[in-house]
Design a protein around this ligand. Structure first.
Ligand code: GLU
Length: 324
């Protein structure tokens, strides 16, 4: 064989190597994944970090680099995915529905939103100072209440429940829009009487409130809640276990959406597939990365969604026998 031909064969062979082994069919600017999470005292932030850790573990295979961003949470994340500012984002299942359908604060339907998988159940959590004498949602009348920061799913679920009780921000003597990281501090500094947080458990915010001052988690149940849950079928009932937080010695009944992770339909199948695969193939490790993930099952991670799954996620689920 002539030497030029030999060189040509070797060169072609080398060029083909990555294609043969990795088939990385995503655009060059897709190798950086940014996951939008929530406030750093919530659960989205560490769980986003757990997902990235597993994606980054396989970097040699796929070349992807994953980082998290602390954001205003669900509503912000859904909008930012739509605008192409985030690759992925953690979004409450109720916000997912509103964003996809263009309801409740979303002016336009975003039909490009796609689901990668669901995560743990969140609980609508009402935390109050003991001295504020708040033992039910109704007791919030006339109190100083943090209803959530704009951009959070927290606030959007709170506004919906307030509607059911015929409450407006004027029902409270003060309605604040503090960020999650500020809520426990404001409660313990006696700037507010209560705050709501739609969040997984345990989390840093409620722990901070429970250990810094006398506070407790208040049940959110009763006739109005039952009517609300009938109207909005995607909020299962939830229980915050007794003893999880200082000051809360009984199980606390409430309800809540599920946390989900979403991307745009414009994201390549390869990036979606590799992200889902990294979590599902390292599942035992994933569950150990945050206590809110401890009891999660792979099967439930395919439930509770309104928007369609991303084709890259479907590819993995079929391969793994989780979907027909
Ligand atoms: N569910 C909250 C929201 O979307 C965020 C909770 C968290 O950061 O863990 O506003």
């Amino acid at each position: 064989m002539n030497i030029f031909k030999k060189v040509a064969i070797v060169v072609t062979g080398l060029l083909m190597l990555p294609i043969a082994f990795n088939a990385p069919s995503y655009a060059a600017d897709e190798d950086f994944i940014t996951i939008g999470t929530g406030g750093i005292t919530g659960v989205y932030y560490p769980v986003g970090g757990a997902i990235c850790r597993l994606v980054n573990k396989n970097r040699k295979e796929h070349g992807l680099r994953c980082t998290v961003e602390s954001t205003g949470a669900s509503v912000f994340n859904a909008n930012a995915i739509g605008a192409g500012d985030l690759t992925m984002g953690i979004v409450q299942s109720d916000t997912q529905y509103y964003a996809y359908e263009g309801k409740e604060g979303f002016a336009k339907a975003n039909k490009d939103l796609r689901v990668l998988f669901s995560l743990y159940a969140e609980a609508f959590t009402l935390v109050a100072r003991d001295d504020a004498k708040i033992n039910s949602f109704k007791d919030l009348v006339g109190k100083r209440v943090n209803i959530g920061d704009p951009g959070s799913g927290n606030r959007s679920t709170m506004l919906l429940l307030m509607n059911e009780y015929k409450f407006t921000p004027k029902t409270f003597s003060l309605a604040t829009d503090l960020k999650p990281a500020e809520m426990a501090g404001a409660l313990c500094d006696n700037k507010i009487d209560a705050y709501v947080y739609v969040v997984g458990h345990p989390n840093g915010s409620i722990k901070e409130a429970a250990t810094t001052c006398n506070s407790h988690v208040v049940p959110v149940e009763g006739a109005e809640v039952d009517t609300f849950l009938k109207k909005y079928a995607f909020y299962p009932k939830a229980t915050i276990p007794a003893g999880m937080y200082k000051g809360t010695d009984k199980n606390v009944n409430t309800f809540g959406p599920r946390a989900t992770i979403m991307a745009s339909s414009k994201l390549s199948d390869t990036v979606a597939y590799e992200t889902v695969k990294a979590v599902f193939e390292n599942f035992d490790e994933f569950k150990k990365l945050h206590p809110a993930l401890e009891t999660l099952t792979k099967e439930e991670m395919l439930t509770g969604n309104t928007a369609p799954f991303h084709p890259g996620a479907i590819k993995y689920f079929k391969e793994a026998g989780l979907m027909k």
